[in-house]
Design a protein around this ligand. Structure first.
Ligand code: AFP
Length: 355
């Protein structure tokens, strides 16, 4: 038990409830924490909780739904519908946004979330997470589609839960990024990671290299240089990680630095990126930027992209600012017809591309 450590509620009272609609926002984040605790209890039971395995249903993404996907979605929807602080919700697991209607009280916010991210990892007992994004709702009326289609800069709060060996809740309301660890003995989230700062430099990259043949040249260039390590232009060795659970990757980057890339690729032309803008890229971008990192498509700041569809996908390159800036530079050089298409030792040794 962590006596004397600051609880989530105490942090919110001290840092959130005093600002404009702060009391409601603080109360909403307490509701998010309640849903996270329920999901944590379910996921930690594994097969014993009856929440592993798949449903015989698919979601709007065309993905087979895991039982925990559906149960997590229900936990968030019920929490928001009953909490009186939200006018509507949108979820990866639901085709369309869901307005809060009488007899439930409509609140001043919209909640957009991926209730369980990384769900292909559930049956393998690998860490998964939940991601949420909070916008202001329109005054005095039921929210419509365009109320959800706001750029990430309009988020009033964002965060994620990581269901790992410990359950963590990492949040931002635009005043830095702060991490809380669930003390299961008393059911409190305790402030364990105040004001997280992502190191500007890193030797660690995260990307699904099985997609390499589908990447654009600037990404091929960057990753080739990382793989070339000491023998190449970077003159230092890099390490690679890929958990296939964005929440776990982002949390590792917040803790020790790193760069995460799910770039635009030609694997599925209709899906220029894999990750979803509204409930993966935008909330994670706010978290990362508030921790001193960068988050870009390679060509523009993710949080400035104006969404056109609830489930639209986008390229994501985020993490340690110096590395993300380098990848952005490579995109600029490529688009301007400059920079080597590749700079791996293979090409330099054979001199094929040396000018
Ligand atoms: P699932 O929720 O379908 O497992 O997808 C997880 C995810 O959206 C993100 O968390 C991972 O970083 C990424 O997909 C993994 O994608 P690949 O399976 O193509 O590596």
């Amino acid at each position: 038990m962590h006596l004397g450590r600051k609880t989530l509620s105490k942090y919110l009272i001290e840092n959130v409830s005093g600002s404009k609609d702060g009391a409601d926002l603080a109360a909403l984040l307490v509701d998010v924490a309640a849903a996270v605790k329920a999901i944590s209890a379910l996921s930690s039971k594994g097969a014993l909780g009856g929440a592993t395995g798949s449903m015989d249903t698919t979601n709007v993404q065309g993905e087979t739904q895991k039982k925990l996907d559906v149960l997590s979605n229900t936990a968030f929807v019920n929490t928001f519908e009953l909490g009186g602080l939200v006018a509507g919700v949108a979820s990866e697991e639901m085709d369309d946004p869901f307005p809060v209607r009488a007899p439930h009280k409509r609140g001043p916010f919209l909640a957009i979330f991926d209730p369980l991210d990384g769900s292909s990892n559930i049956d393998g007992n690998v860490s998964v997470g939940s991601i949420f994004s909070i916008l202001r709702a329109p005054d005095g009326k039921e929210p419509e589609m365009q109320d959800y289609l706001k750029p990430g800069t309009e988020q009033v709060a964002a965060g994620y839960a990581l269901y790992g060996p410990a359950t963590l809740l990492v949040i931002t309301v635009g005043k830095g990024t702060h991490g809380f660890t669930l003390d299961r003995e008393v059911g409190n989230f305790i402030l364990t990671h105040p004001d997280i700062q992502i190191p500007a430099d890193t030797n660690e990259f995260a990307i699904n290299t099985s997609n390499e043949r589908f990447w654009e040249p600037p990404v091929i260039r960057y990753i080739s240089e990382c793989k070339a390590g000491k023998t190449g232009v970077r003159e230092r060795d890099f390490n690679m990680r890929w958990i296939a659970s964005m929440v776990a990757e982002v949390h590792r980057i917040l803790i020790r630095g790193g760069i995460f890339l799910y770039p635009k690729d030609t694997k599925e032309p209709l899906k220029p990126g894999r990750l979803r803008l509204l409930y993966e890229a935008n909330p994670m971008s706010m978290i990362v930027e508030q921790a001193g990192g960068l988050s870009s498509t390679g060509r523009e700041r993710i949080m400035e992209v104006v969404p056109t569809q609830i489930h639209q996908r986008i390229a994501v390159i985020l993490g340690s600012s110096h590395e993300v800036a380098r990848v952005i530079q490579y995109h600029q050089e490529h688009d301007e017809g400059k920079g080597e298409p590749f700079s791996s030792p293979l090409f330099s040794e054979r001199g094929l591309f040396r000018a």
